[in-house]
Ligand binder design. Structure first.
Ligand code: SF4
Length: 370
């Protein structure tokens, strides 16, 4: 596919080529309409050295599949490929746990490679980032959805006053924001919606997000876990200490900053390490950050198919993640066999973690734990 001339497109021509440790993009698999759109041209301009390969559908890129069990190949596929598509079905789904609503995704896939990642692997196990270029349709849909709901009638655990929309269900918005302005457009959209908030979890610190103007209407949930777990399981992410160190800056820039205590991995010594992490949060975070913070606690859920794949490249991770002595199977709605900690184990661990929070980070409200 021939790239559109950048001289015909002043906005795209103003883009600065991306230099980023997670993205050395060599190929962009693009639906023609996506590549020709303003957002598509922006992505092409950010990666001018990439070869553009036309595809009929962003779903059907067989070259990106395979590589299960070979993490070096996964990581290369993640680093070197992007996909551009037009999102066909634009719908908001009800949630009620982390957020009230799940917004239509503006991207899927991820450049990071956490061993427990439950984000659907739509482009094979490597699952590189797909950007949806019809962002204007998505933000218009969201504005209509928020308007139709009107003000939130009563507080709930998602938020005391605003309807909360998760905008990052299928990836990590902090890295997506490097690839395109979709996240910036979502932040700007919610900045104008006084009855709603955007929300996304992240394991990457993207300081360019500090230049946006969220006006309190975007909640960033920095995921944290003991560093010893993260070094084993969080592949290619920002270090936990860096995520914690960024929190004050994001609050100062007008974001709401919450914490995801997740996933909680039960292993020998977990209570001592979570205690140290909670103490670190209490020591490091500024009073302004602590005053507005809240947390989700999410116990590890794992998956049999992922377990098999991980054994091929990261057996040490599986020693921590796959614990048949503590876990029980659960068939999820999509028919996958997931495993979670046995009900009695989980109940006791959640109660213990809540007690640790109350003792070592009493300023931190636990919104929910499961
Ligand atoms: S950062 Fe999130 S989406 Fe990306 S691999 Fe890790 S868990 Fe999955």
């Amino acid at each position: 596919m021939t790239q559109p001339s950048l001289f015909d497109d002043l906005e795209a021509a103003a883009e600065v080529p991306v230099e980023h440790p997670l993205l050395d993009v060599r190929r962009i698999w693009a639906e023609p309409a996506a590549a020709a759109s303003p957002r598509g041209r922006q992505v092409l301009a950010r990666f001018p050295a990439a070869e553009v390969v036309e595809v009929a559908s962003h779903w059907a890129v067989p070259e990106l599949h395979g590589n299960a069990g070979n993490v070096d190949r996964w990581v290369r596929v993640k680093t070197e490929n992007l996909v551009l598509g037009v999102k066909k079905s634009i719908a908001t789904r009800e949630n009620g746990r982390s957020a009230n609503w799940i917004a239509p995704s503006t991207a899927n896939g991820c450049a990071m490679a956490c061993a427990y990642c439950y984000v659907p692997r739509r482009k094979g196990y490597a699952n590189p980032i797909t950007v949806f270029t019809n962002i204007d349709q998505i933000t218009a849909h969201l504005r209509r959805h928020v308007a139709k709901l009107g003000p939130k009638p009563e507080p709930d655990q998602c938020d005391p006053a605003a309807w909360v929309y998760d905008i990052g269900e299928n990836g990590d918005c902090s890295v997506d924001a490097v690839v395109s302005d979709n996240v910036a457009d979502l932040v700007a959209t919610f900045a104008e919606l006084p009855t709603a908030k955007a929300s996304f979890a992240t394991k990457w610190v993207n300081r360019s997000l500090l230049d946006l103007d969220p006006r309190g209407r975007t909640r960033i949930r920095f995921s944290v876990m003991p560093d010893v777990d993260a070094r084993l399981l969080d592949i290619r992410t920002s270090r936990v200490a860096d995520r914690i160190a960024a929190a004050d800056d994001f609050v100062a820039a007008g974001y709401e900053v919450h914490l995801n205590l997740s996933p909680v991995v039960l292993r020998e010594g977990w209570e001592a390490d979570w205690t140290a992490l909670l103490q670190q949060l209490s020591d490091v975070l500024a009073p302004a950050t602590r005053d507005q913070a809240a947390a989700e606690v999410i116990m590890l859920t794992h998956n049999e198919a992922l377990h098999e794949v991980n054994l091929g490249w990261h057996p040490q991770a599986e020693a921590a993640l796959w614990r048949p002595d503590l876990q029980e199977p659960k068939v999820s709605q999509n028919g996958q066999v997931n495993v979670r900690y046995r009900a009695d184990v989980k109940r006791a661990a959640v109660a213990r973690l809540r007690a640790l929070v109350a003792q070592h980070a009493p300023w931190l409200t636990v919104r929910y734990a499961f």
